[in-house]
Design a protein around this ligand. Sequence first.
Ligand code: DON
Length: 431
Amino acid sequence: MAELVQRYLDQIRAEHAGVTDGALADYIPELAAVDPNGFGLSLSSADGFIYESGDSAVEFTIQSISKPLTYALALDQIGAEAVDAKIGVEPSGEAFNEISVDHTTKIPKNPMINAGAIAAVSLIPASSPDERFAVIREFYSGFAGRQLELDHDVYTSEKATGSRNRAIGYMLQSFGVLDGDPDEVLDVYYRQCSLRVTSTDLAKMGATFARGGVNPQTGRRVTGASVVKRALSVMVTCGMYDAAGDWVSAVGLPAKSGVGGGIVAVLPGQLGIGTYSPLLDEKGNSVRGVRLCRSLSEQLGLHFLTVSRDSRATLRATYKAGEGIRVYETHGDLLFSGAEQVVRRVDRERNDFDVAILDVSGVDDIDDAARALLSGMSAALRAEGKEGYLVDPDGIVIRNEPGLEAVRYRAVDDAVAAATTWRDSGLRSTH
Ligand code: DON
């Protein structure tokens, strides 16, 4: 039944597959050589379950999605006070490659624009550029849960054409923000931007952020919760550059884009999302990725200012109510990620029952995404020769849908009686 969520994601991705607006980044020549049609979507739940749709295995370079990671590493290694002395946290409203510092403080306005990101690289303690890059790569790999590799062609291409970033590097040196040799710092910056990822890596990185710094698949704590809180904060305010305000209003998820075509988005405590489509808008954000994230947020109810409720502690109890009959009792507010957990749990245990009874009588509130997932459960179970009933006295899941009234009961006892009759009368064999 995890296919209920899968179908949902496939459908949302397909809605945007026809969009061909935007252009490949060509200021780094090697980026103009990629297939413009690539389109991947991956989603990781907070417990590390992965959904993938489309080109989720295609590798591309991480580019600016590296920025919140290196910023987090700097915070992790030298602390917020030392980082704040060199990089601000104010949205700049400027393009990502603006040659600028804050007028008053003379430090980069935030770590998401190139100036702040290059400054962040210089703050990672190391005795050589190679060691600094190794520490950075190790940190990113911890977020992704696998060893990330360098794309040499993209690295050399960006290095050969990076005069704008060189201008930024030397400007930062002149303001005393960079201590070392700007070219050495830039070399590490180009290398970090050229690490290869997939949309699934981004979803896993997002889930590691969502879990406060613990990679849910490997179980490894990569960094601390206070570091994550700060990194997510600047992703909210500055992650999408001069489109940040529009993004927060419409999508409402901390996020970061890269000119390689990726976007990572995070729903704290619940989800990590990774998208890939390399055609970019004039601000350097993936056109399809932005639209996809907007639809995901709208359709799954993910805006972080809407989802202020805990939707994870959803299953209160599960118990056996007779031979082959299992009851799943839910409570609290049922939102997408809570419903996803319920569906997956029922799916995982489907060999242990003939009839699953989902009791939603203790649910306070439910959104459309959760309703759609749960109302599909009976049909999905029936397709496997089983039955799925809902104890839904107030009709919060099933509201006059033709065909679904038959599986709706007012009380657990009624549903158990119906399940027993179905089981004993051999109806099972007729499905
Ligand atoms: O410094 C650059 O220009 C690139 N390595 C990264 C820029 C980038 O990804 C901007 N984001 N959308």
